[in-house]
Write a protein that binds this ligand. Structure first.
Ligand code: C2E
Ligand code: CA
Ligand code: CA
Length: 651
C-alpha cells in the first residue's frame, strides 16, 4: 500500500469519526448551546477537509496531469481545503471561549479578553483573506506549468495566524484551568498532544495526510471532556445537577461575570408523592422543568438539592431594557416564576397545589462566592415571607444566619454563653423556683436571644453540648448552696426532646449531676410536647429512670403542639407548664378564657401541678388565682437575670 492510499484511509476514518460525533451530539439533544454549534462547525470543517482530502488524493497522481477536468476539480478541492481549514483555529478559540463563559455570549466577561477576542477575529479574517485572494494573486499557493502544487510566500500568513490563535486559546484554557477537574485536565492535554502529533507527522512526511484524522481524534477527546453531560445531568428531572451548578457558578465567579441565581424551593417535595403515589414526585419536578424551559434556556436550569431548583440568570437575559438594571430584571423575573405557583400543577390526572419560596440572589451584589450561593440553596427558608419571594435586602436574613452559625459553633470555646435565671412563684407570691434560660454574647454580633440561636444550634447538631453546658452551670450554681439559702425548691432546665431519646442519656445525665454532689430534687427538666407518637415508649422509660433517681420533669409549652393527650399523660411528669399564648388568649376572648380555665382544671384533676408562664399583669394573677394554678412565671415578677442580679433580687 502506498502513502496515497494510506492518506485516503486516514481521511475516510476522519470523515466517519466526525460523522459519528455529530450524530452523537444531535441524538444527545445538545444543539441548543452556542458552544455546541461552534463545535458542530468545527466537525463539519473537518468533514469537508477529509472529503477534499479523499478527492484530492484520488485525483492527484496521474489524473491531474492528464485530464483538464480532473485538474479543475483538484484545484477547487484545494481551494475549499484552504478556505475551511484555516478557519479551524479561530473557531476553536470561539468554542473554548464560549465553554469557559459557561456556554455563553462573549460580551460582559473578562475585560482583558476583549482584546484577544478582537485579535482572534482579525486572525480569522487575515487567514481567510489570503486564501480568497489567491486565485488572483497566486501568492499563497500556485501550480506551475506542469500542474505541480507549490506553496507561496503568503502561506506563512495562514500558519502564523493559526499558531497565534492556538496560543491565545491555550492561554484561555490555562486561565480557567481550575474550573476543570483533574481527569478533565489529563484528557485535555492528551487531546492537544494528539492533534499536534498529526500535524508533526504531516510535516515530516508531507505525503502522509494524517493531520485531519488526528485533529478529529483530538477534537473527539475534547468533546468527551467538555461535553460529558452525563455527569452533569439529573436523570429524573432532565435538568443539570448540583455538581454542574457548582462548576458553572465557580466558572462565572472566576470570570467575574455578573449574574443572578433564582432558587425555587418546594416547601414539601414529598407532598405529591404522598397524595398520588410512587413516581409522581419526579412527574411534578419534570412538569416544573417543562414550565421553566419556557422561561430560560435548558442549560441554565439545575436541581441544587432535592427540593430546590436553581436558575442561572445571566445579565444578558435582561437584554437592553432601558433604565432597568439586570438585577432588577432578575427580581421581576423571580416574581413571575413565583406567581406561576399560585395555580395548581397537573400531575397525571390530579391538579396539585405546590407552595414554594423563590429567592433571587445577584452576584456579586447579594452573594460573592460559591459557598454563599450554596448556603442559600441549602438553608431552611423562612416560612412566613411576604408573598413567598426573597430578594435584595431580604437576603440579609441568610447572611445573618450564616454569622449566627459561626457564632454558635464557636460559642462554647469562646465562652459566649451565659445562663440567666427567671424566678417562678407560688400563687401567694412566695418564691418557688427558677428557670435557667440561655443567653449569648458574641464579640461580633452582640447579644443574641435563644429564639434565634437555639434553632441554629439544633440544625448544627450542637444543642446537646449546649444543653449540657446549661445543666453543668445550674449544677455548679446549686452546689454553691445559694439556691437552698434563697429558698428555691428547684431550678428548671430545658432539654431538647431529641437529646432525651439518645441511648444512654439517663445514665449520662445522672453521672454528670452526680459529680457535683447535689440533691437531684433541685433539677427539674423541661421538655416540649413535640414528640412523634411512636417515640412515647422510649421517652417514658427515660423519664421513669431519671425520676427514680430523684429528678423532676415538666412538660413545657403545653397547648402549642398537637399532642396525643393520653400518651402525654402516660409520661408521668410532675408539672405541666401551660404556654403563655394560652394565658394571653384568655384575656382576649371568652373562648380563650374557657380554654385556659379548663386546661388548668383538667391538669389539676389529673393530679399535675400547673405552672403558668408569661404572667405580665396583676389582672392575669387575679384570673389565675380564681382558676387555681400552682406556680407563676413572668415579667410581672422578673425578667430572666444573670446569676448575680438574680441572687440580689431574691435576697
Ligand atoms: P421557654 O422554655 O418557653 O422559655 C420561656 C420564654 O418566655 C423565655 O424566653 C422567657 O424569657 C419568656 N418569658 C418569661 N416570662 C415572660 C413574660 O412575662 N412575657 C414574655 N413576653 N415572655 C416571657 P427566652 O429566654 O427568650 O427563651 C426562649 C426559648 O428558648 C425558651 O422557651 C426555650 O424553648 C429556648 N431555650 C432557652 N434556653 C434554653 C436552653 O438552655 N436549652 C434549650 N434547649 N432551649 C432553651
Ligand atoms: Ca422552658
Ligand atoms: Ca414555655
Amino acid at each position: 500500500m502506498d502513502l496515497n492510499q494510506i492518506s485516503i484511509g486516514f481521511n475516510i476514518a476522519a470523515l466517519l469519526l466526525c460523522l459519528a460525533d455529530i450524530c452523537f451530539s444531535v441524538l444527545a439533544g445538545r444543539m441548543g448551546k452556542k458552544q455546541n454549534r461552534y463545535f458542530m462547525l468545527i466537525l463539519a470543517i473537518l468533514m469537508i477537509n477529509s472529503v477534499t482530502g479523499i478527492i484530492g488524493r484520488g485525483i492527484d497522481t496521474g489524473l491531474r496531469l492528464t485530464s483538464d477536468n480532473a485538474f479543475e476539480v483538484y484545484r477547487i478541492t484545494r481551494f475549499i481545503y484552504f478556505f475551511t481549514h484555516s478557519a479551524l483555529c479561530p473557531l476553536f478559540y470561539w468554542y473554548v471561549s464560549s465553554v469557559i463563559d459557561v456556554t455563553f455570549s462573549v460580551k460582559g466577561t473578562l475585560k482583558s479578553r476583549k482584546g484577544t477576542d478582537k485579535l482572534n477575529l482579525f486572525l480569522f479574517i487575515a487567514s481567510e483573506a489570503v486564501v480568497i485572494v489567491n486565485p488572483f494573486t497566486h501568492l499563497t499557493w500556485y501550480y506551475d506549468s506542469s500542474r505541480e502544487f507549490h506553496r507561496g510566500p503568503l502561506e506563512m500568513v495562514i500558519y502564523i495566524c493559526a499558531a497565534v490563535s492556538f496560543v491565545i486559546t491555550f492561554d484561555l484554557l490555562i486561565r480557567s484551568w481550575n474550573v476543570l477537574t483533574r481527569r478533565d485536565k489529563y484528557m485535555m492535554v492528551f487531546s492537544f498532544a494528539l492533534a499536534l502529533l498529526g500535524i508533526l507527522i504531516q510535516l515530516v512526511y508531507p505525503l502522509c495526510r494524517a493531520e485531519v484524522l488526528f485533529e478529529a481524534l483530538g477534537f473527539t477527546g475534547v468533546m468527551t471532556v467538555i461535553e460529558n453531560e452525563d455527569e452533569r445531568m439529573n436523570v429524573e428531572t432532565g435538568c443539570y445537577n448540583r455538581a454542574a451548578l457548582r462548576l458553572d457558578v465557580a466558572g462565572c465567579i472566576r470570570n467575574r461575570r455578573h449574574f443572578s441565581v433564582v432558587f425555587v424551593r418546594l416547601h414539601d417535595p414529598g407532598l405529591v408523592q404522598r397524595l398520588t403515589g410512587s413516581q409522581s414526585g419526579d412527574l411534578l419536578n419534570r412538569e416544573i422543568v417543562r414550565y421553566l424551559l419556557t422561561k430560560v434556556p435548558s442549560y441554565s436550569i439545575y436541581l441544587a438539592n432535592p427540593s430546590t431548583f436553581a436558575l442561572l440568570v445571566y445579565d444578558e437575559f435582561a437584554g437592553n431594557i432601558h433604565g432597568e438594571s439586570p438585577e432588577r430584571w432578575a427580581e421581576e423575573f423571580s416574581g413571575h416564576i413565583r406567581e406561576r405557583f399560585d395555580s395548581p400543577w397537573k400531575v397525571g390526572d390530579a391538579e396539585i397545589p405546590v407552595s414554594v419560596t423563590v429567592i433571587c440572589a445577584s452576584v456579586p451584589k447579594n452573594a460573592q462566592s460559591e459557598e454563599d450561593l450554596f448556603y442559600i440553596a441549602d438553608s431552611p427558608f423562612p416560612a412566613n415571607t411576604e408573598n413567598g419571594l426573597i430578594c435584595g435586602e431580604g437576603l440579609s436574613l441568610f447572611t445573618r444566619r450564616m454569622s449566627v452559625e459561626t457564632a454558635v459553633s464557636k460559642g462554647l470555646e469562646r465562652g459566649s454563653f451565659e445562663v440567666y435565671y427567671q424566678p417562678t412563684y407560688n400563687l401567694d407570691k412566695s418564691l418557688h423556683g427558677a428557670e435557667a434560660l440561655l443567653r449569648m454574647h458574641d464579640p461580633l454580633l452582640g447579644d443574641l436571644y435563644p429564639d434565634e440561636f437555639i434553632p441554629v444550634a439544633e440544625s448544627l447538631g450542637l444543642i446537646d453540648e449546649i444543653d449540657e453546658f446549661v445543666l453543668c452551670e445550674v449544677c455548679r450554681y446549686v452546689a454553691t448552696g445559694k439556691p437552698g439559702e434563697l429558698g428555691l425548691d428547684s431550678i428548671n432546665v430545658n432539654l431538647s426532646v431529641l437529646q432525651c431519646m439518645k441511648e444512654g442519656f439517663a445514665d449520662h445525665i445522672d453521672r454528670l449531676v452526680g459529680t457535683f454532689g447535689i440533691d437531684r430534687h433541685f433539677i427539674n427538666f423541661e421538655i416540649t410536647e413535640s414528640v412523634a407518637a411512636n417515640d412515647y415508649d422510649l421517652l417514658r422509660n427515660v423519664i421513669k429512670g431519671l425520676k427514680e433517681k430523684g429528678f423532676l420533669f415538666s412538660i413545657d409549652d403545653f397547648g402549642t403542639g398537637y399532642s396525643n393527650l393520653s400518651s402525654l399523660f402516660s409520661l408521668g411528669v410532675d408539672v405541666i407548664k401551660i404556654d403563655k399564648s394560652i394565658l394571653w388568649g384568655a384575656e382576649e376572648s371568652r373562648q380563650g378564657y374557657i380554654l385556659l380555665e379548663n386546661c388548668v382544671r383538667m391538669m389539676k384533676e389529673l393530679g399535675y401541678r400547673v405552672l403558668i408562664e408569661g404572667v405580665e399583669t396583676a389582672s392575669q394573677i387575679e384570673i389565675l388565682t380564681k382558676m387555681g394554678a400552682d406556680y407563676l412565671q413572668g415579667y410581672y415578677f422578673s425578667k430572666p437575670l444573670p446569676v448575680d442580679r438574680f441572687n440580689e433580687l431574691l435576697s
